[in-house]
Design a protein around this ligand. Structure first.
Ligand code: AHG
Ligand code: MN
Ligand code: MN
Length: 345
């Protein structure tokens, strides 16, 4: 007999490690390599979560005084998170190399490793000091260079469709880890008392209708005309909706995407006249988050083509990014392609 309201308790009794072991066959080769790599990523997530929640007490807030390859001021926690994940993954025998938002060049580790990992160790850095959720984003590929030699850039530039696993950690009201290996999106919450990530979102699906729209319109005047028309259509649409869409944008990609995945929402970070390639990075933001959104039933593009089909040329390549329910993303593409107002649907 199951008391009401406790139905989901059984879900929480499944640990991330058990869940992956039970699904080893989903992952190429099923050698246990994926579960060992994800275990290191989840350990890194637990440690980052620990330091984040004590940062203001431990003098870990603020800038380090360095500028990274992105030309951004490195926050102390950017540096700490980057160091933690690189240390953990460098020791993993299955990892041949790592590329990180915080590292100019790729880092080749175990020449006999079969996988390479790309990381945004701390996403949403501008929010660390103001208590707004931040995240970690990861993406895995099987190397294309032979085992036994050092990894090469081409191992990391295979393109979004070649990912074998991808996911994110959200350091929010709880610490969540969501990932996909192409068989849907699964989400886990950290139970600090047990030090375990427990299953809370099996096969997460994004609502087909948006409740939110998420973008920073400070450069709206610099967006393509079709996009400016799309934004106007959102405001016009609200006039006739009984429950108008709300603007929600916190400036952490992981937090904005997670909310929109659960509640339905469209996110966009377009290019501008001055920066047509936009701000977000293709390899460790666009591809992994785009795959998660696609696997959750949504759509992810650069405004015109699926983000997973945008070719990778450079590790720190930037891209415009549009994520959301299929209906919304198709509408944006129509506005951008025809640069005309699409008839009211
Ligand atoms: P990161 O902190 O890893 O550099 O990423 C920040 C990104 C992304 O998280 C977010 O969507 C975007 O920057 C916000 O940019 P704006 O502050 O320009 O809106
Ligand atoms: Mn980021
Ligand atoms: Mn970052």
């Amino acid at each position: 007999m199951q008391a009401r309201g406790f139905e989901s308790l059984s879900l929480r009794m499944v640990t991330l490690e058990q869940f992956i072991v039970d699904r080893q066959q989903e992952f190429e080769g099923a050698t246990g390599a994926f579960s060992k790599i994800l275990r290191d990523i989840s350990l890194g997530a637990k440690l980052v979560s620990f330091y984040l929640r004590r940062a203001s007490l431990a003098g870990l807030l603020g800038e380090l005084g360095l500028t990274n390859i992105q030309g951004e001021n490195v926050q102390k926690l950017d540096y700490l998170a980057n160091s933690l994940f690189i240390q953990l993954l460098s020791k993993n025998p299955h990892v041949a190399g790592i590329a990180s938002e915080e590292e100019e060049n790729i880092i080749c580790t175990n020449p006999y490793g079969k996988y390479v990992v790309l990381l945004d160790p701390l996403d949403g850095s501008s929010n660390i000091d103001v208590g707004v959720p931040v995240g970690t984003i990861f993406s895995l590929y099987k190397r294309v260079t032979p085992q036994g030699i050092s990894c090469e850039e081409k191992d990391f530039l295979q393109g979004g469709r070649a990912q074998v696993a991808a996911g994110y950690v959200l350091y929010g009201t709880s610490t969540l880890l969501l990932y996909t290996t192409g068989q849907g999106v699964h989400g886990f919450a950290l139970e600090p008392a047990a030090g375990e990530f427990l299953l809370v979102y099996p096969q997460l699906q994004m609502p087909p209708k948006s409740s939110y729209y998420s973008f920073n319109d400070n450069q709206l005047h610099e967006w393509e005309g079709g996009l400016q028309q799309y934004v106007r259509s959102l405001h016009d649409q609200n006039k006739s909706l009984s429950s108008p869409l709300s603007l929600r944008y916190v400036g952490s990609l992981v937090a904005d995407v997670h909310r929109n995945l659960l509640k339905g929402g469209v996110f966009m970070y377009p290019g501008t006249v001055k920066k047509p390639e936009g701000k977000l990075r293709l390899l460790y933001e666009g591809y992994p988050i785009g795959w998660i959104v696609e696997q959750a039933g949504g759509k992810a593009t650069n405004g015109r083509v699926p983000i997973l089909d945008v070719p990778a040329h450079k590790i720190h390549q930037r891209t415009p990014l549009f994520l959301g329910p299929v209906e919304d993303i198709d509408k944006i593409t129509a506005f951008l392609t025809y640069n005309v107002a699409v008839e009211k649907v």
